[in-house]
Design a binder for this molecule. Structure first.
Ligand SMILES: [Zn+2]
Length: 330
């Protein structure tokens, strides 16, 4: 069914190069800042360091533009083509060409995606400036207090600045919850997420254009509290099919959140009746979220899904939790 079955691999494969590029930039930036924190800070050295980091960001910007120009349209189209195939399987006629309206849709996603990356690049510059001025201020203060900086005081300042760098890293983004996202993890999330959005949008637009309204959300055994109520459920793209929850509402409640690997596929219009009889999925309550987290905790599940599948014991725990989560909340 479309790219529903292998969307995750598709997104990982196509976001890998840009993610790796950002990871490299992250390490380089950290190295530069760490080196700077170790030696005597002068205005001249500070300026040189910032210039160097701006150079790295410039390269990131070039790569990001290439990534967006290339992968956003390709992903939109690939998902759209897969959906066209599904539509043909359902007996409707559709050719593989894309009307101009799709070009405009792609452009809008590309613009939005670029802004999000640009914000993270600005974050890197801000981060670097913060560390550089922290070091300069600390040295200045020490000079004011004791006339000059002795070896011991210099070591202390270096250590303090390095600790701060270690603690904060190179922050690309601070989210609403106050969480600091590091450049490497943030860009990995963002590159997957913008492709997922491009793909799902291509899918959605092709379906609407061809008169399909009800879709079914993909199933990959999620344990995510945001997605679990929606996995495998019917949704309405436009709200035309009364009694079926809209995709907009599901989105508002967290489906297709950052790093989400869910997608959706066309439903045969003969099954719309079945979709209408489906009880409408509701987001988890605060209590239910707590309960879900407890299940994960009891089974020692943490972080990335892949990490939870590494050993036989972990796999066993994971499948047990997955089953329980599905039974209770899906
Ligand atoms: Zn999801």
């Amino acid at each position: 069914m479309g790219l529903t079955d292998n969307a995750e691999n598709y997104l990982l494969r196509n976001s890998k190069a840009i993610s790796d590029f950002y990871s490299k930039a992250y390490t380089e930036t950290l190295d530069i800042l760490n080196n700077f924190s170790k030696t005597k800070a002068s205005r001249k050295r500070a300026a040189a360091v910032l210039l160097q980091i701006e150079g790295i960001v410039k390269e990131l910007d070039d790569e990001t533009k290439k990534f967006i120009e290339d992968k956003i349209p390709a992903t939109y189209k690939d998902f759209g083509l897969a959906t066209k195939k599904d539509i043909r399987k359902l007996g409707a006629k559709v050719d593989d060409s894309f009307a101009l309206i799709h070009t405009r849709a792609v452009q809008a996603i590309a613009d939005d995606s670029y802004l999000r990356f640009a914000r993270s690049m600005q974050g890197v510059i801000n981060s670097a400036e913060d560390f550089v001025s922290l070091k300069i201020q600390k040295e200045l203060r020490e000079t004011l207090a004791s006339g000059l900086i002795k070896g011991e005081a210099r070591d202390k300042i270096s250590k303090e600045v390095q600790e701060q760098i270690e603690k904060q890293g190179v922050t690309a983004f601070i989210d609403k919850g106050g969480k600091r996202w590091q450049l490497n993890t943030y860009s990995r999330m963002l590159s997957r997420t913008v492709l997922q959005q491009a793909g799902n949008q291509g899918n959605e637009n092709v379906l609407i254009e061809n008169g399909f309204d009800v879709v079914k959300v993909s199933t990959h055994g999620t344990i995510c509290p945001l997605c679990i109520p929606y996995e495998g459920k019917y949704l309405s793209l436009t709200g035309q099919t009364k009694g079926v929850t809209t995709i907009e509402e599901a989105r508002r409640n967290g489906l297709f959140h950052p790093n989400c690997m869910h997608t959706f596929s066309a439903t045969n219009p003969n099954d719309y009746g079945q979709a209408k009889r489906q009880p409408s999925p509701e987001p988890l309550t605060r209590e239910q979220r707590k309960e879900l987290n407890q299940i994960l905790k009891d089974n020692e599940i943490q972080g990335d899904l892949r990490r939870n599948l590494r050993t036989e014991d972990k796999r066993k725990n994971f499948f047990k939790a997955q089953k329980e989560v599905k039974k209770k909340f899906n």
